[in-house]
Design a protein. Sequence first.
Length: 257
Amino acid sequence: MSSFEPSLSTSGMRPPLASAEAPSMADSLPSLNFGFEDLRSRMAQFTAKFDAFIEKGRKQVLQERNQFHSNLAELQKDYDMKQNDVKILTSKTQDHQQTIQREAAEAAEIHAHISSITLERDNRLAKRDRLKRQIAETQNAIDQKLQAQKAHAQYLDSQARLNVPELEFWQDYLCMRIEGAGREDRLKIVYTHLLEKDWEKEAWFELGTASRDYEIYHTKPKLDREAIERELEIVNEDRDFGALLKRMRRLFVESMK
């Protein structure tokens, strides 16, 4: 394409003097070719390329926007899932903490119960040992008492065998008889012929033989206790049973008179 030459002088375009036969000014103008078709073609190509560029850019922007929204949706979805996971983990953590607290409370309660049971067991063991000692002491005391009673019974039996004639003498002489008093370690001494006006009227006393020293528990009629204690003191010292029977008859006679 030929370009427009600006260097052409305007004086060269000045028309010649008018003449009837001279050529027209227009005919004397040089032929100019601005290349409009080529320019139009090039502009059309540029426009097509520009439109293609714009379209491509629009599509790319649209694609990137769609991808952005898609990525954003995925991120939101991931965020929601993470939030859900966080909620689940938080709930599990709370449940776990509650479980730990509950187990700790149960463990404390169990330890307290074990301590209580242990204390009760120790108290029971101590009580059992104390009862064993008391039982052993009581059994020992019972054994000693039984041995003493057995020895005393043997002594009384031997004395009874030796003193049977003497006892029969006192029974006849003092108008008395010996009966049981309802217990193995007691004798009931019954006197008659105490009063001339009433020979059948009786008086008696209960004699305890559980230990070495004699004891007098009941009398009928009732005698002065100081007098009874004096008689017991004498017989427990001299061991003269016959003399005791004689003195007790005298006390009854004096009391009934």
